[in-house]
Design a protein around this ligand. Sequence first.
Ligand code: ATP
Ligand code: MG
Length: 159
Amino acid sequence: MKGKSEGFVREVALENEAATEIMGAQIAAILKSGDAVALSGDLGAGKTTLARAMLRALGIGEDVPSPTFTLVQHYETRQLSIDHFDLYRLEDEMEMEQLGLEDTLQTGVALIEWPDRAGPRFFADALHIELEITGEHSRRATLSGPAEWAARLFESTNS
Ligand SMILES: Nc1ncnc2c1ncn2[C@@H]1O[C@H](COP(=O)(O)OP(=O)(O)OP(=O)(O)O)[C@@H](O)[C@H]1O
Ligand SMILES: [Mg+2]
């Protein structure tokens, strides 16, 4: 996929949690080593729910705890290693370096909740997903990022 990235924005209405899980599985299906997916939105918007759906779809059978206190949880499948970050409690940029995000992106996939906590210089290449609460069970997801992501997400298989 060549060409200059102009960026894309696409809104997806998620009627219920099942819809969030389906979207998670669709995104998981195209993930490869070096990818970052940045998940933003208010407390309880569904970032961990979506990350869990992706991890499950990638074949993680074990429990997927929220990395609220550990800041990062590591997973391995046969094809991929995945780090799930939650930067809500990040103290400073020093701590960000210690978390090893750059190593992750050399060797695997990073899913990042609260990416804004890391400062603006991170995640320029990431698929950004902003979740908004629109009802008790419904959410709006706004996907954005370099155009290459749109090509990978929307020009593949079904959906
Ligand atoms: N359509 C939906 N998609 C995702 N979660 C939903 C949806 N409808 C209801 N929920 C509920 O909303 C809550 C989302 O919680 P979750 O921990 O995923 O949020 P979060 O964005 O990770 O919050 P935090 O910032 O505290 O980490 C869960 O209780 C989930 O069951
Ligand atoms: Mg969370």
